[in-house]
Design a protein around this ligand. Structure first.
Ligand code: ADP
Ligand code: MG
Length: 238
């Protein structure tokens, strides 16, 4: 689905990403770990081309994103990519439901009633039904983050990009999000998640470890109980 070919990025003269290459296939669940400041977020935003890159290219479904104009890129991001950030970034003067359906309305592909129905189904699936009319300041952080996953899913994206989605949540709320991500991935959703929490990364099928703007290592993990221990051992090596 996505081929990242030797991408590099610098701010002024400081290299941030250095010749990074890898692939994301449909149905992958990729975790990205690494020290703070190593370039994890930059990598995520470079793939979706929210950040421009200084070298290399990114192919998405066979098309070169690095050559596209911003108009076409923003259209692909709207329709094909879902984003979840550490802070849900909801619009404060809209209800939870209106926040979730907004990207659907902007995409102008379907009637509002269809989008609204899908939003309700997603909210039920994420366990936040009943919060539709709430102001986004009146729900918990975990509920808000589940709403932001609904929003990211509203246009049937091909991939979900997540940057520390559980970074501001307690462990119970984190567990709820992790269960949701596993369900989504089991149903075929492709996920790329940046996290510094081994517990979160342990849900991924493949983990990239970023150091100084490069992939220091990449490893696929077995599923099941052995996984967390195996990941911990692997991380101790860095
Ligand atoms: P991570 O997500 O792994 O913590 P980032 O990708 O946010 O790391 O940042 C990688 C490096 O790039 C850091 O050294 C950071 O200071 C630098 N950086 C990130 N964004 C900018 C920016 N807009 N301008 C200058 N430097 C930046
Ligand atoms: Mg970051």
């Amino acid at each position: 689905m996505i081929t990242v070919e030797q991408i590099s990025k610098s701010f002024k003269d400081t290299p941030i990403l250095n010749n990074v290459s890898f692939e994301i296939n449909k149905g992958d669940f990729v975790g990205v770990m690494g020290p703070s400041g190593s370039g994890k977020s930059t990598l995520l935003y470079s793939i979706s081309q929210m950040d421009s890159i200084s070298g290399g290219r990114v192919l998405f479904e066979g098309r070169n994103l690095s050559e596209m104009k911003e108009k076409e890129l923003s259209d692909i991001r709207l329709r094909k990519m879902g984003f979840v950030f550490q802070n849900a970034q909801m619009l404060k003067n809209l209800s939870v439901l209106d926040n979730i359906i907004l990207p659907g309305l902007v995409a102008k592909k379907e009637p509002a009633v269809v989008i609204r129905r899908r939003a309700s189904n997603l909210m039920k699936k994420m366990g936040i039904e009943g919060l539709e009319a709430r102001d986004v300041r009146e729900v918990s952080g975990g509920q808000l983050q589940r709403a932001s996953i609904c929003r990211a899913m509203i246009n049937h994206p091909a991939i979900l990009f997540m940057d520390e989605p559980t970074g501001a949540l307690n462990s119970a709320a984190t567990d709820q999000i992790l269960a949701i991500l596993e369900d989504l991935n089991r149903e075929g959703m492709t996920i790329m998640i940046v996290t510094h929490e081994p517990r979160v990364a342990a849900r991924a099928k493949k983990v990239l470890y970023i150091q100084d703007g490069q992939i220091a290592a990449c490893r696929e993990f077995k599923t099941g109980a052995e996984k967390e221990r195996e990941l911990d051992e692997w991380l101790r090596g860095f």
